[in-house]
Design a protein around this ligand. Structure first.
Ligand code: SF4
Length: 110
């Protein structure tokens, strides 16, 4: 289902990255078009995504994964709902507590 959403997204934009059978995966992944599609800086995300910019977990999450955001919201600069679930529903704190004596380099400070 999620792959179907992505295919529809790219077909609607007439933006096919290439035929993997014809070119192989590596050249297609290295093409600028692909990198331009999947890469966004934290600064760009903070600029365009108000929810992430104002989120107390932004410095840990950095808006999550662009592919997940695109798949689940239809917006590649949108929130990554899987990360929202992890951070906002207390899983991050649970993981930190579970780690016990392990050093936490990202202490909870929200
Ligand atoms: S938890 Fe959600 S809203 Fe907060 S920064 Fe991550 S993706 Fe954005």
């Amino acid at each position: 289902m999620q792959n179907a959403k992505l295919i529809i997204y790219y077909e609607a934009r007439n933006d096919i990255l290439g035929n993997v059978k014809e070119y192989g995966l590596q050249p297609l992944l290295q093409m600028g078009k692909y990198l331009a599609e999947v890469c966004a800086t934290v600064g760009e995300l903070a600029e365009v995504n108000e929810e992430c910019r104002n989120c107390p977990y932004f410095k840990y999450c950095a808006s999550g994964c662009r592919a997940v955001a695109l798949t689940l919201t239809g917006d590649k600069m949108g929130v990554d709902l899987s990360k929202c679930l992890f951070f906002k529903k207390g899983y991050y704190e649970k993981v930190v507590r579970t780690m016990g004596d392990f050093r936490n380099n990202t202490p909870i400070n929200v």
